[in-house]
Write a protein that binds this ligand. Structure first.
Ligand code: ADP
Ligand code: MG
Length: 337
């Protein structure tokens, strides 16, 4: 027996030294402002130079996509669609078409709780300057919000918003897709493990250098004392995890919280949840469904995630926690919850 172990060691050690002789895999991380948020990419690599190259390429892929769907840029495909609302169909790239198709899928599935034509309502609000629009203005623009009035022509690759004044806003789905794109780019560059985090839209793949899963915190939507206090931790890999919350972009007015996830039926912030985290195989669906479930509220939201085959942690308006069965193996809650 002893002999066997000895022989095994003689065979294994050289292999071990050859493979690790170059450099041990380490974690490299970079952050860049993109798509109106901060994107952080973490990779595991044996070479700092390769890691840097792969990260920079992934950033540029996100940047290119961000330019296509930027709500505020005159040059984006999205603003061309919006400027031509009620006027003419606009030719778009396959990528933009694909994102709109998936936005429509989530709109359909959620019965319009997710609606990418929320643009005319969103632009009335300013959550940084604490601008609360007049009730009448919100009411008026409601007639411009309806995902069924997006007309796609697949043979011509065009998008038409049926009525003048309509506006597409892909903010509820774009960052998750950006995470998908970045991950594909990293894989193409032979990166086997890492994390792409476009703010709260995160994709993790492979394992840490020590062979363990990635840890991703879920923030407490009502911080008690310390900043960034967590309510739970997810340990996972090869998954997308997205959180939509009422605590990132918001202001308080007379004790009421106004935030950036709007109910397309009212034009006002959805009020049934504090935060929704969705775990799925794809970033675009994790992102889109987290917004959709947030608007739907805990009951309809749970039904929605069940039908969509994704996992979710919903923190409702009173702080109650609702989870799908699949969450058990992936997420641990902090002691106080
Ligand atoms: P975050 O942008 O903080 O990650 P979300 O993914 O939930 O959060 O997206 C919120 C953004 O989605 C808003 O800033 C707005 O652009 C857009 N949005 C708001 N309400 C809706 C809605 N009901 N359906 C689709 N998109 C929405
Ligand atoms: Mg979202």
């Amino acid at each position: 027996m002893k002999k066997k172990i000895l022989i095994l060691c003689c065979v294994l050690f050289p292999v071990f030294f050859v493979s690790c002789g170059k450099a041990k895999p380490s974690i490299y991380k970079k952050t860049k402002p993109l798509m109106d948020t901060l994107v952080t990419i973490t990779v595991v690599s044996a070479s700092e130079e390769e890691a840097d190259k792969a990260i920079e390429k992934a950033f540029s892929v996100i940047g290119q996509f961000g330019n296509k769907i930027n709500f505020f840029s005159d040059k984006s495909e999205l603003s061309a669609i919006n400027k031509n609302a009620g006027i003419a169909p606009v030719k778009v790239s396959d990528e933009t078409m694909g994102v709109i198709e998936r936005a429509l899928f989530i709109s359909e599935k959620s019965g319009g709780a997710f609606d990418p034509t929320i643009g005319p309502e969103i632009r009335l609000w300013d959550f940084y300057k604490k601008v609360r629009p007049e009730d009448a203005a919100i009411k008026k623009n409601l007639s411009l919000v309806n995902f069924r009035d997006i007309i796609l022509d697949h043979s011509k690759s065009t998008v038409l918003l049926k009525r003048n004044g309509m506006m597409l806003d892909l903010g509820g789905i774009a960052k998750g897709y950006a995470a998908d794109l970045a991950l594909a780019s990293l894989r193409q560059d032979k990166i086997a493990a890492g994390i792409v985090a476009a703010a709260g839209d995160i994709r993790a793949f492979g394992l840490k250098p020590d062979g363990t899963l990635w840890n991703i915190g879920i923030k407490n939507p009502r911080q008690k004392s310390e900043a960034d206090e967590l309510i739970a931790r997810a340990r996972l890999t090869n998954k997308a995890i997205s959180t939509s919350g009422d605590y990132e972009r918001y202001f308080m007015d007379n004790g009421r919280r106004f935030h950036h996830i709007l109910d397309p039926k009212t034009g006002y912030p959805a009020s049934q949840c504090r935060s929704v985290t969705v775990i799925s195989d794809s970033g675009i669906f994790a992102d889109g469904f987290s917004t959709a479930v947030f608007v739907s509220g805990p009951e309809k939201g749970m039904e929605l995630v069940r039908q969509a085959g994704v996992d979710a942690v919903i923190i409702d308006k009173d702080g109650g926690i609702h989870t799908t069965p699949g969450i058990k193996g992936m997420v641990t809650f902090e002691d106080s919850h």
